[in-house]
Design a protein around this ligand. Structure first.
Ligand code: PA5
Length: 475
């Protein structure tokens, strides 16, 4: 797609926060006075992000990914071509920030039944992201792929994540047993110099590897080779994805709250959180955007869920992300959103134009309850339901806002994910927390090391053994 100014404008992702305001929600909404009172804080958060962008030592290298990867992108495109030529399956082995981005891009930009399509209708090999160590899942993946015809993209910044390294051990063993050279079947995405995948690569005689840059944490890595290689293998236009991110970045250069969509979202969420809205629901009205919620949940939860500010003051902040799908969850969770506690902000992801319209045929004219649907399209129906749900929530005094993608494509997805990344960085700056660390995740990783007998964790193992469950409390 060749981007012109006109096309960029037509494909601009928009934020509509009408239903967050007191004008429409009465005393349950956010007043202009409250917004004005937060302008200074928002400006300071914007300045913090602007001043520190690109700084590896602060884990803000992700801000530059739309701009500094020309050579890497060229290399990835070449490698993707080779992978498409040589393999029937492409399997990502990774977890958390090393998996949720690739899953999101696959779901958003490929056919919803991609793996079931005949080869001639797919742009790339069959695609799998193995982001768990459920033994059944591993075994059943191996039932449907032939390792001899599979490329495994092992993605791990640390190369020390038990889940990913377990998967690697299993597949390298299988490849060896099948008489294959492991090196020919793996691509690593990892740290430049540190970590176990670097050591393994050396041992195998130099595995094709991509670097997850120092200043880019897992959950901010979708626009790095973590996300770009899998996307390119699938035939996704990764240059356009990066252009979309750059466009959103440009829209967010201003510190004017009313003009900067990410800053406005962060400020509204910050105000809501301080008012006890501890739950953030993300509700895409699109199956293609369903897993944006999984990716966003990690970004928002891991970044903001902190117990101490940068100056050491205890804080316990954050908002619990909840994933919902429109319209499916209208028939499940929306009852709670409309009438339950006033503890949520609902963010709708809407689509201006779906790639399919699916006309609804006329029929059952003698049964008006059914007949009225004929002559409309499924697109009209899903959009009407989206609007109706926002209306019902607003009538019930529930905070909600809508982010609209004019259509779902690389350019709009790139905008959306950069909007969320900037929003998260701004919100973290407002709370004055370290947005980019995850000590809570590390704690669990270490406890797993101890339980499975990793050298150096004996003390923690003893402590964990003592923490066995008390029969007095087991029913
Ligand atoms: O956001 C994060 O840092 C985590 O979710 C990591 O991405 C996840 O734990 C995987 O870590 P690694 O890439 O080191 O295997």
């Amino acid at each position: 797609m060749r981007m012109t100014d006109e096309l960029r404008k037509a494909l601009r992702v928009r934020v509509d926060y009408t239903n967050m305001t007191d004008k429409y929600l009465g005393d349950k909404g956010i007043s202009q006075k409250t917004l004005d009172a937060h302008k200074k804080l928002a400006k300071a958060a914007h300045a913090y992000v602007a001043e520190n962008r690109g700084k590896d030592e602060l884990f803000m290298g992700w801000t530059e990914l739309p701009y500094n990867q020309d050579e890497i992108v060229a290399d990835i495109l070449e490698e993707a071509k080779k992978i498409r030529r040589n393999f029937d399956n492409f399997v990502v082995l990774g977890i958390g920030g090393s998996a949720l981005g690739p899953i999101m891009a696959f779901n958003a930009l490929c056919h919803l039944h991609y793996n079931d399509l005949p080869k001639s209708k797919r742009k790339g090999p069959k695609f799998f992201v193995e982001d768990n160590v459920d033994p059944v899942r591993m075994k059943e993946l191996l039932d449907v792929i032939d390792v001899k015809k599979t490329c495994f993209n092992v993605i791990s910044k640390s190369g020390a994540t038990s889940e990913t390294m377990t998967q690697y051990l299993i597949i390298s063993d299988l490849l060896e047993k099948a008489g294959e050279n492991v090196k020919d079947h793996v691509v690593f995405t990892t740290d430049a110099a540190k970590g176990n995948l670097v050591k393994i690569s050396k041992k195998l005689g130099g595995v094709k590897s991509y670097v997850l840059p120092d200043g880019v944490g897992g959950r901010f890595s979708e626009l790095s080779p973590v996300g770009l290689l899998p996307a390119a293998v699938l035939g996704i236009d990764i240059k356009l994805l990066l252009k979309g991110a750059a466009y959103m970045d440009k829209l967010c250069k201003t510190s004017d709250l009313k003009k900067n969509p990410a800053l406005m979202c962060a400020t509204l969420q910050y105000i809501a959180m301080n008012d006890g809205k501890n739950i953030g629901v993300l509700m895409p009205y699109s199956d293609n955007l369903r897993t944006v919620s999984d990716w966003y949940a990690q970004l928002w939860a891991e970044s903001l869920g902190k117990n101490v500010t940068l100056d050491g003051t205890p804080c316990n902040v954050g908002q619990t992300p909840v994933k919902a799908l429109g319209v499916t969850d209208q028939h499940s969770q929306v009852q709670l959103y409309t009438e339950g506690p006033y503890d949520k902000v609902v963010t709708f992801l809407s689509v201006g134009s779906y790639k399919e319209k699916s006309p609804i045929p006329h029929g059952c004219e003698d049964i008006p309850d059914v007949g009225f649907l004929g002559g409309h399209t499924m697109e009209e129906l899903i959009q009407a339901e989206n609007k109706a749900t926002a209306y019902a929530l607003t009538k019930a005094g529930r905070l909600n806002y809508t982010i609209t993608l004019p259509e779902v494509n690389e350019f709009t997805l790139g905008q959306l994910l950069f909007l969320f990344e900037l929003q998260t960085a701004y919100a973290g700056a407002m709370f004055n927390i370290n947005t980019f660390n995850q000590p809570g995740v590390e704690a669990g990783k270490k406890a797993t090391f101890a339980l499975l007998g990793k050298p150096g964790y004996a003390e923690q193992k003893a402590e964990l053994d003592k923490a066995a469950s008390d029969p007095a409390y087991v029913i």
